[in-house]
Ligand binder design. Structure first.
Ligand code: GLV
Ligand code: MN
Ligand code: MN
Ligand code: MN
Length: 400
């Protein structure tokens, strides 16, 4: 496919959710609805049947969707707060273009091909990543999901109702999973491994285990100008120690740890805080290492809190186990793509959740700078077009 064909379709979606500082495309917001409407329009233009499942995931089907062995592709529209354009939407745009490419070749379907737009992959609004696929696979309790709140205190149930979708149906969807023969997600690479190797497209081998923890630090709010150091119980100090300790524990163990979000109460310049809530993201090549990082951090911060006279608690928010993608499918895809490189990633994906239930593969498209989850995220049009060709080859091999 030529790069200009990719660009034409890409440009249609680009304005949706764009702000002066990157993308804000959270689930069940107006931007999300615009993305869903765009998706419906693309499906209808191709005579593909549109369907929304009980968990709000959206599908476009080429071929009879109820038959078994369907090949599903796609990704997600939602972004992290002020994220990039590519993480997610690239997999959906590429899927429609891959369907076009197969039809131009007069490919005959042996099994249906579906394109999915999964709900809230980033956890950017309600805090739990891969919300749509976790609900579908039964990995997330629907009662817990309905009560999840966003930053303004709106629950998932309320947000879905406001968007005209019934939250009462949330929950496992085993029949749907049973009908799937394979899932293949195309995604921008979130690192520079392909750039270093000089390849436009790669295949995923594994996703590192990862998780989110909510760290809460409590102390005593007081006056910044009159409270002697000796009299303070300042949770900000313990929090600052925790940020450094997270990095140290992860670096020593060979993993990664990030504190990218923090809320300070009351958040005044001239007042000692009374409470700090921080969100830890930790990842590692294996589960033992991940546990070592988090438990090491918790015990060191606990000791520090005792010295600071502050309170400290750590609560797991979501945990994602190690994912090894289906080896037969991975090898078949890599061979089909002429020996494409096979690489692991530290980023989570709906493909990681589905991999426990359906043979799943991922394709990565080169990201020259490696930047992701930030406005500067970008990929070359020619590489995206190469990604479409690769996805069309894979879908053709599996479904035609
Ligand atoms: C999702 O993109 C994640 O890895 O956090
Ligand atoms: Mn992401
Ligand atoms: Mn993504
Ligand atoms: Mn992701």
């Amino acid at each position: 496919m030529d790069a200009s064909t990719f660009r034409r379709m890409w440009d249609e979606l680009l304005p949706v959710g764009r702000t002066e500082n990157g993308y804000v495309r959270h689930s069940w917001t107006d931007a999300d609805q615009s993305c869903r409407n765009w998706f419906r329009g693309q499906a209808e233009a191709r005579d593909m049947a549109v369907e929304t499942d009980r968990n709000g995931n959206l599908y476009a089907w080429w071929g009879p969707r109820r038959s078994r062995g369907a090949i599903l592709t796609g990704s997600h529209f939602d972004s992290v707060p002020h994220g990039g354009a590519y993480d997610g939407p690239l997999g959906i745009v590429s899927a429609f273009l891959a369907v076009d490419a197969l039809r131009e070749r007069d490919a005959t379907l042996q099994r249906p091909i579906g394109i999915a737009a999964f709900t809230e992959e980033e956890g950017g609004r309600f805090g739990v990543p891969c919300l749509g696929t976790r609900l579908m696979t039964g990995a997330l309790d629907p009662d817990r999901a309905r009560k999840l709140t966003d930053a303004s205190g709106i629950t998932l149930a309320e947000a879905m109702e406001a968007a005209g979708v019934d939250p009462g149906g949330l929950g496992p969807d085993p029949e749907r999973l049973e009908r799937l023969g394979a899932f293949v997600e195309l995604h921008i690479e979130q690192g520079r491994a392909l750039e270093a190797d000089g390849d436009a497209v790669g295949v995923a081998s594994a996703i590192w285990p990862h998780g989110r923890w909510r760290l809460t630090f409590t102390g005593e709010g007081n006056h910044a100008g009159t409270t002697l150091f000796a009299d303070r119980r300042d949770p900000m100090l313990t929090f600052a120690f925790a940020v450094l300790a997270a990095r140290k524990e992860a670096r020593l163990a060979g993993g990664l740890a990030t504190v990218g979000r923090v809320e300070v109460d009351p958040g005044a310049t001239n007042a000692i805080a009374k409470r700090v809530d921080a969100w830890l993201d930790a990842r590692a090549p294996d589960e033992a290492t991940l546990n070592e990082i988090v438990s090491g951090l918790e015990s060191k911060v606990g000791e520090r809190a005792a010295r600071d006279g502050t309170g400290f608690t750590s609560r797991a928010g979501s945990e994602s186990p190690l994912v090894g993608f289906d080896e037969d499918l991975r090898d078949r895809v890599a061979a089909l793509l002429g020996g494409a490189p096979v690489l692991p990633t530290g980023a989570g994906h709906d493909a990681g959740v589905l991999a426990a239930h359906v043979p799943t593969a991922m394709l990565f498209v080169r990201n020259e700078t490696g930047v992701s989850h930030a406005p500067a995220e970008t990929a070359d049009d020619a590489d995206c077009a190469a990604g479409v060709d690769a996805l069309a080859a894979v879908l053709g091999d599996l479904a035609c």
